[in-house]
Design a protein around this ligand. Structure first.
Ligand code: ATP
Length: 140
């Protein structure tokens, strides 16, 4: 097919996404990465965030949890710790993760918590907030 990309999202547990798309935008570690068909081959590190893509003329989103992406010959492979479509995200679980992370952050900062624990709590908070943001795209 002219002007399309194969987009695959691979996690330790499953292939979370495998579809032909027209365009994809990824949360690169150094900023947003826009990828269209015939993009140059590349490898880039990813941040936790939303992967946005257009398929069949419609925009949609998927939560991705860091990792990296490889673009080769109009195939985009995303290798990430977790990849979830909006409808797969358990909102209650994400809210609970957000609550726990905020609690750890407020305790940690008050009690000169271990820097590593604070970084972990910040990362968990970011995952939870991004999952909740991804839920907003579930009707698309
Ligand atoms: P939690 O503290 O709730 O486990 P987490 O951010 O630590 O959240 P991850 O380590 O990112 O979880 O993911 C572990 C596994 O659980 C992955 O398979 C991921 O897809 C899944 N997962 C985590 N949170 C959710 C959620 N809110 N809804 C659906 N799946 C989730």
């Amino acid at each position: 097919m002219a002007g399309s990309l194969t987009l695959r999202v691979i996690t330790p547990e499953r292939i979370a996404f495998d579809q032909t798309v027209e365009a994809v935008r990824l949360p690169g570690a150094d900023g947003q990465l826009g990828i269209l068909p015939r993009h140059a081959n590349m490898i880039a590190a990813l941040d936790v965030g939303l992967m946005r893509y257009r398929a069949g003329g419609k925009e949609a989103a998927l939560f991705v949890s860091g990792g990296f992406c490889e673009v080769r010959d109009s195939t985009v492979r995303v290798v990430t710790e977790a990849g979830e479509r909006p409808a797969e995200i358990d909102e209650e679980r994400a809210r609970e993760a957000e609550r726990r992370a905020r609690e750890r952050l407020s305790q940690g900062r008050a009690q000169t918590g271990e820097p590593l624990d604070i970084l972990r709590a910040e990362a968990a908070l970011r995952r939870a907030l991004m999952r909740l943001r991804a839920r907003e795209f579930r009707s698309e």
